[in-house]
Design a protein around this ligand. Structure first.
Ligand code: AVJ
Length: 334
C-alpha cells in the first residue's frame, strides 16, 4: 500500500506528482464485497471521492444549506496573515485537499512572505491536477508536490521527503468522518509522522441544531443526494453493477446525542442487485439501508480532548462569529 508507484518530476516548474495505489480495481471490489455482504450494509465514505464525486462535493459546498465551508472560510480569511507569520518557512501538508479553495487563502499569505512548499494529498487525481494547475499559475514562488493516495500512505510518503518543519492541515471537517475512538487512533498515527516543532491545524464543525444540520446534508436542490448516490454510480460503472438509482433514496438524520449526521441510501423496495465483477448479487429488503457516511460534529472542547488523547497539545482555537466552526491549532505532545 505505501509503495510509491509513480514519481513524475514535473515539466511544469515547481510541480511534482506522486501517485500511490488506492481504491480502484481490487480495492474497490473488496470494499464493496465486504460492505454489501455484511449483515448491516455499509460502504466506506472515501468511495465518494472519485473525480466526479469530488466535483459534486464542490457543488455541495456552494449550496445555501451547507454552511461549514463558508464558516471555515471566514476564519481562514481572518487568520491567514497571523498563521503565515507564525509558520513562515514551514512546509504545508494538507490531508484531503480537494479543490484547495480555502487553502488558497492561506497560501496567498505564505507566498506573500516568501517561497513556500505545499504538499496536497487527495484520492482524486483530477482535484489534485486542477488545484495544482491553478495554484502554480497564481503563485510563482509556490512549489507543489501532489500526492494521490489515501491519508496514511500519503503521509508516510510525505514524511520520507520532508524538508523541514511541517504544518499539517486537516480542514473542512474531514476529521468528522471519524467517531471519537477512530479519531483518537487516527490522531495517534498522524502524531507518529510529526516531530516536535511541527504543527497541526484541524478544522471541524461544532454540534448544532437539527434544524440547521439536517438541511445541510439534504439540500433542496438534491446535490447531496446525488453525491451519496455517486457511490452506486461508481459500482455500476467500475464493477458492472445493476443499481437502479431511483430505487434508493438519500437520507441523512442527525443523532443529537452522538453529535453525528449519518448518511444512508435506503432501498425503496425489495430488490436484488447484481455486481458482475464480484460475481455476486445482493438482496435488499424494502426500507433496508446502506450506511455510507458518518459526519461527527465536535465542539472545540471535545476536539481538545480527542487531541490530548491522540498525543497533541492544544495551542489555540479560532471560531467564526456564529460559533458554527472551529479551527484548532495543535502541537505534537512530548
Ligand atoms: C468532507 C467529510 C467534511 O461530512 O460534512 C458533505 C462530506 N457529506 N455532505 C461532511 C459531506 C455530505 C463532508 N466532509
Amino acid at each position: 500500500m505505501d509503495d510509491t508507484i509513480g514519481i513524475e518530476p514535473s515539466t511544469d516548474l515547481g510541480w511534482e506528482r506522486i501517485t500511490l495505489e488506492h481504491d480502484d480495481g481490487p480495492d474497490l471490489a473488496d470494499a464493496v464485497s465486504t460492505g454489501l455482504g455484511a449483515a448491516s450494509k455499509t460502504l466506506p465514505c472515501h468511495l465518494f471521492y472519485d473525480d466526479e464525486g469530488s466535483l459534486i462535493f464542490e457543488e455541495i459546498c456552494a449550496t445555501p444549506e451547507y454552511y461549514p465551508t463558508r464558516a471555515e472560510r471566514t476564519i481562514l480569511e481572518r487568520d491567514a496573515e497571523k498563521l503565515a507569520e507564525e509558520f513562515a518557512g514551514y512546509e504545508i501538508v494538507e490531508l484531503g485537499s480537494g479543490s484547495a479553495e480555502k487553502t488558497e487563502l492561506l497560501l496567498a499569505a505564505f507566498c506573500e512572505r516568501g517561497p513556500t512548499c505545499y504538499v496536497p494529498i487527495d484520492i482524486s487525481s483530477d482535484a489534485l491536477e486542477r488545484s495544482a494547475a491553478r495554484l502554480t499559475e497564481r503563485f510563482p514562488n509556490l512549489s507543489i508536490t501532489t500526492i494521490e493516495g489515501e491519508y496514511e500512505a500519503a503521509l508516510a510518503a510525505s514524511s520520507a521527503r520532508r524538508s523541514g518543519p511541517r504544518l499539517v492541515l486537516f480542514l473542512g471537517s474531514n476529521i468528522g468522518n471519524f467517531g471519537p475512538t477512530e479519531a483518537v487512533k487516527f490522531l495517534k498515527r498522524l502524531r507518529a509522522h510529526l516531530v516536535p516543532g511541527d504543527a497541526l491545524l484541524v478544522g471541524v464543525a461544532a454540534r448544532g441544531d437539527r434544524e440547521r444540520l439536517e438541511p445541510a446534508y439534504n439540500d433542496a436542490a438534491g446535490v447531496t443526494a446525488r453525491f451519496n448516490k455517486n457511490i452506486l454510480v461508481r459500482i455500476n460503472r467500475e464493477l458492472g453493477g445493476t443499481f437502479d438509482l431511483d430505487a434508493f433514496e438519500h437520507a441523512a438524520p442527525y443523532d443529537e446525542e452522538a453529535g453525528r449526521v449519518a448518511m444512508y441510501l435506503v432501498s425503496q423496495r425489495a430488490q436484488t442487485v447484481r455486481v458482475e465483477a464480484l460475481k455476486r448479487s445482493f438482496t435488499f429488503a424494502a426500507g433496508e439501508r446502506i450506511h455510507t457516511e458518518d459526519s461527527y460534529k465536535y465542539g472545540p472542547d471535545e476536539l481538545a480532548q480527542l487531541a490530548a488523547r491522540g498525543g497533541f497539545e492544544l495551542v489555540r482555537v479560532a471560531r467564526d462569529a456564529d460559533e458554527l466552526f472551529a479551527l484548532s491549532l495543535l502541537r505534537p505532545g512530548a
